[in-house]
Design a protein around this ligand. Structure first.
Ligand code: GDP
Ligand code: CA
Length: 313
């Protein structure tokens, strides 16, 4: 039995986890998921990263976008738009049921982690998916246009503003959800998923005690680079590395994870950076293909990452 805990954002993490649950016993896998992207939309509580991970693992995700449900329609959104309501955030008709369910349970006082457990069990998932915290945590993006709520920056303004700073509103008082610290403490392997280091992993680590637990855990920590060949596979990670003054490369990411991780999973395309990363950080570098184009690629990245972590101890 090898228990694997994964620090996870949305699409990149979900793809990795999809591989992981096919090569490990799913009951031994815990995904600790970012909630810094969460928002209130038309009175509903939306948890984009939790839903992306859940839909992907339940094989319900829209393969084109990597988020949202497959075969989705937007009649409700179109009607809402006709009524003059908020229509800039895509919520599909079927997806809406998840948000109604979650918001209803939250309004009854149930914690997000319990609601997530029930949703994932209902969808037949055997792995554990938990928000990093049940408390309110909101990523706030500092730009030249001022501070923006995360989804304002990301969706409404299409991540077009240069990111000057980031803060995680609520992190001072947020505590880890039940099982989060245990999942870090009792893991045999911890993986930092190929997620956005600034928008997905940093908010997770800002929750009280999480970073410390990671540092104290005896389990080897492996981080998978979300940057391949000097570019993010998807999304603004490259732009944010640049605007915050980091190297726009896997080396730039490695410097960020150097204190946290023992092993750095580097894409073949970046193999020439391996020795530089190893001499600048304490991490051992393992080179492998990291582009998750199909199920086989996801599975071999997941098994390769776990093996590399276990070899490091
Ligand atoms: P988001 O919350 O949906 O943006 O998802 P994440 O933060 O989990 O993932 C976004 C990051 O995943 C981006 O920085 C991408 O570069 C990275 N990513 C997406 N697909 C892949 C892939 O196939 N391989 C690797 N190495 N990174 C990926
Ligand atoms: Ca996200």
């Amino acid at each position: 039995m090898t228990r694997v805990s994964v620090l996870a954002g949305g699409v990149g993490a979900a793809r990795f986890l999809d591989g992981l649950v096919r090569v490990m016993a799913p009951q031994d896998v815990t995904a600790i998921v970012n909630v810094g992207d969460d928002m209130e939309w038309a009175g509903l509580h939306i948890s984009p990263d939790l839903d992306t991970v859940t839909y992907t693992l339940a094989d319900l995700v829209n393969p084109e976008t990597g988020w949202g449900l497959r075969a989705e329609s937007r009649r409700t959104l179109d009607r809402l738009s006709e009524l003059g309501g908020p229509d800039w955030f895509m919520i599909g008709d079927l997806d809406l049921a998840t948000h109604l369910y979650r918001t209803h349970r939250l309004s009854q006082g149930d914690p997000l982690s319990e609601i997530t457990r029930d949703l994932t069990q209902r969808l037949g998932l055997d792995c554990r998916i938990t928000p990093v915290t049940d408390d309110r945590l909101r990523t706030v993006v500092g730009t030249d246009a001022g501070e923006l709520a995360f989804q304002d920056y990301f969706v409404r303004r299409r991540a077009s503003d240069a990111v000057r700073s980031l803060r995680f509103d609520g992190s001072d008082s947020a505590s880890p959800a039940p099982f989060v610290l245990d999942a870090i403490r009792d893991a045999d392997v911890i993986v930092i998923a190929p997620s956005n280091p600034f928008l997905s992993i940093d908010p997770l680590l800002s929750v009280g005690g999480v970073r410390e637990a990671l540092g104290q855990s005896k389990a080897p920590v492996a981080a998978v680079s979300p940057i391949i060949g000097g570019q993010a596979v998807k999304g603004p990670a490259g732009d944010i590395l640049r605007s915050l003054g980091h190297d726009v490369s896997a080396l730039g990411v490695a410097r960020i994870y150097g204190e946290l991780a023992d092993v750095f999973i580097l894409d073949e395309a970046d193999a020439r950076l391996a020795s530089e990363i190893e001499s600048e950080t304490e991490m051992r570098v393992v080179v492998m293909p990291t582009l998750m184009t199909d199920v086989e690629a996801k599975m071999s990245l997941a098994s390769g990452t776990v093996r590399a972590a276990l070899d490091a101890v």
